[in-house]
Design a protein around this ligand. Sequence first.
Ligand code: ARG
Length: 467
Amino acid sequence: MSAQKETSKLWGGRFSEPTDSFVQRFTASVGFDQRMAEQDITASLAHAAMLNNIGVLSDEEASQINTGLEQIRKEIASGEFNWSIELEDVHMNIEARLTELVGNAGKKLHTGRSRNDQVATDIRLYLRSAIDLIGIELSRLQKGLVALAVEQADTIMPGFTHLQTAQPVSFGHHLLAWNEMLERDYGRLQDCRERMNECPLGAAALAGSSFPLDREHTASSLGFRKPSENSLDSVSDRDFAIEFCSFAALLLTHMSRISEELVLWTSAQFNFVELPDRFCTGSSIMPQKKNPDVPELVRGKVGRVNGHLMSLLTLMKSQPLAYNKDNQEDKEPLFDSVDTVMDCLRAFGDMLPAIKPNKAVMREAARRGFSTATDLADYLVGRGLPFRDAHEVVGKAVAHGIASSTDLADMSLQTLQTFSAEIQADVFEVLTLEGSIAARNHLGGTAPQQVRAAAQRASERLAERES
Ligand code: ARG
């Protein structure tokens, strides 16, 4: 048997011995890149149609390729397709099967193309559809949040800085703060989609092709904005994957902050909200436990997504142009980031609209901790005191409140007047929680009226996404 016969590789021509079996396993990517099979077939169909258009493939050959690829698509979907590690990756597995099915026409499909531009195309197609699904899931989560915010516009809770009671806020306002974080994440996701949506096909191995390829044709038939500008860049950079992972890292960072608040708020010490039982688990030893596993796990997932971002940044660093095998390492971090983001969004999209605030507990917590102290200072400013003097006066009143365990709103007028003669009976209006939040009545403020208006604007922005 000649050496050439021993190797079944599509590139076996110049080799005189078969690949070492460990090296075969070490270099193969089919175990994970078969996830892009659908995209690989779609891109091959577009490439074949273009080759037919420019006269490189006959109508007969193009039609055989179509039929073969459609059959392969079915074989893959039904699980009958026989993936082989000897054929290294998704691209060569599909091409080899095509040749098995349609003979010579299959061997012509790779004209004017390389696996380098092929993989760069497949991964962009894959990521683009993943981005679209993630966008839908993120929008669903945001819609749920905004709807809950409208319901909870009048619910009062303590707002915190340094996790110390600061000022009362509307619970709806807090939910809309989460929504703003997610709104920017959505924007980053779309920016990433827009920038990556260029078609590398035609770059071939690195320098372009000697065939008169119609790159506009493949780009537009695959739904890309345009063909990519430079062949060397097209096959070598994975910045779009890095950009996606940085979106993912920020999204999960935001979701971990939301998670942390839910974990705190569901604790017996806060007791601000209830998570439905279906999103929690119990303890095998402590019968009283109801653990907020879903938010905890989402909080933990940020670790792996940050790790993937770091992997890809490090993978790309110092790579000389153009394609290097290093780039095969882009897929697993990217795929896992996509899966993690989808799962976390799904969990939150289901869970967040179902959280139940314990309004009385939240209100009571806002009453404790002198959360309307700033309102008293603002009141004194209204009576002519400079703000710094007002701050000093209220500080003394708070010190008295701490010593005597009395909230400002529960002190008598006489007591309050010992701190400043400017304090009159109308002070009690500003010391109430309702008075405090209603007073912050400007764009971005926590007055329920503003919260409802902000929720309205947020809904309109969400509706625009669908148009
Ligand atoms: N499996 C490879 C990857 O994921 C495909 C491109 C390989 N190209 C090559 N010339 N070895 O990057």
